[in-house]
Ligand binder design. Structure first.
Ligand code: KIV
Length: 292
């Protein structure tokens, strides 16, 4: 697992992201939650790796993202950071760790950098978060914004609903996007927004938009790794925008079932999976313990 790749990539920095955006090359972002999921995302060439608070549900089995604690996020950030050599890393500020005041947010963001070892932080919200974003970025910590559907506010939004479907709704998202850009974000996540609206909003911004359920008019895309790998039991609800690129659950299930069957039948372990010892030593050992 720790073997370095043959041709290590150059480290992705804020400047790299700006240059990708200038060249109109889509920015590839993936979530990761621990050492192996970050290692594979980094080696697969992601530009950015996000330790999203979606880990509450997909890695910790919680009901929603509001349950995950700051300390838990920091622990996951640390394990992702240990695996990530090239991608630009982002830690998601969990609900309750940044909304009270810009000072609280800065203090949390500093912990993400010092203890979580990530290179930037993400926070949800629009124009009301502008002073907070300004406070964090002024201290030298890059901030990834998040507008449109903001899952931490699902109770206020009436659930996971597509945002910006009307003229006024779309104008509100644009207003939020312009405010977080003005406050100093280097990019922003645009979640669950109709494709045409997301493209128009993107065209009005000078920083990249990273879409999730927002179509191809965004400057980049992000998906939840567990979803796109198909690492969940059959029948689970998946949002419309998720494309399943793999069937990790199916493969893991097949392998685990085969192991169980072979343990029960005695087919595993076979001689090639065991350590030999000289015959005379084993005989001597057997003799030594015979009368115990
Ligand atoms: O928590 C998360 O994983 C996210 C992304 C899906 C944008 O916020």
């Amino acid at each position: 697992m720790g073997t370095p790749p043959a041709n290590p990539r150059k480290k992705v920095t804020i400047q790299t992201l700006r240059s990708l955006h200038r060249r109109q090359e889509p920015i590839a972002v993936m979530t990761a939650y621990d050492f192996p999921s970050a290692l594979v995302a980094d080696e697969a060439g992601m530009d950015m790796i996000l330790v999203g608070d979606s880990l509450a549900m997909v890695a910790l089995g919680m009901e929603d993202t509001s349950e995950v604690l700051l300390e838990e996020m920091l622990m996951h950030c640390r394990s992702v950071a240990r695996a990530t050599k090239a991608a630009f890393t982002v830690g998601d500020l969990p609900m309750g760790s940044y909304e009270i005041s810009p000072e609280q947010a800065l203090s949390t963001a500093i912990r993400f950098v010092k203890e979580g070892r990530v290179q930037s932080v993400k926070l949800e919200g629009g124009k009301e978060m502008a002073p907070t974003i300004q406070k964090i970025t002024t201290a030298g910590i890059p901030v990834l914004g998040h507008v449109g559907l903001t899952p931490q506010r699902q109770n206020a939004l009436g659930g996971f609903r597509v945002q910006g479907k009307t003229r006024d709704g779309a104008l509100r998202i644009l207003e939020d996007a312009l405010a977080v850009q003005q406050a100093g974000c280097y990019a922003m996540v645009l979640e669950a927004v109709p494709e045409d609206v997301a493209a128009l909003i993107t065209s009005k911004l000078s920083i990249p938009t990273i879409g999730i359920g927002a179509g191809k008019g965004c400057s980049g895309q992000v998906l939840v790794q567990t979803d796109m790998l198909g690492n969940f039991p059959p029948g689970r609800f998946l949002p419309k925008f998720v494309k399943q690129y793999g069937n990790v659950w199916g493969e893991a299930h097949r392998a685990l079932e085969a192991y169980r069957t072979e343990v029960k039948s005695g087919a595993y372990p076979s001689p090639e999976h065991t350590y030999p010892a000289p015959k005379e030593e084993v005989e001597a050992f057997a003799k030594a313990i015979k009368d115990l």
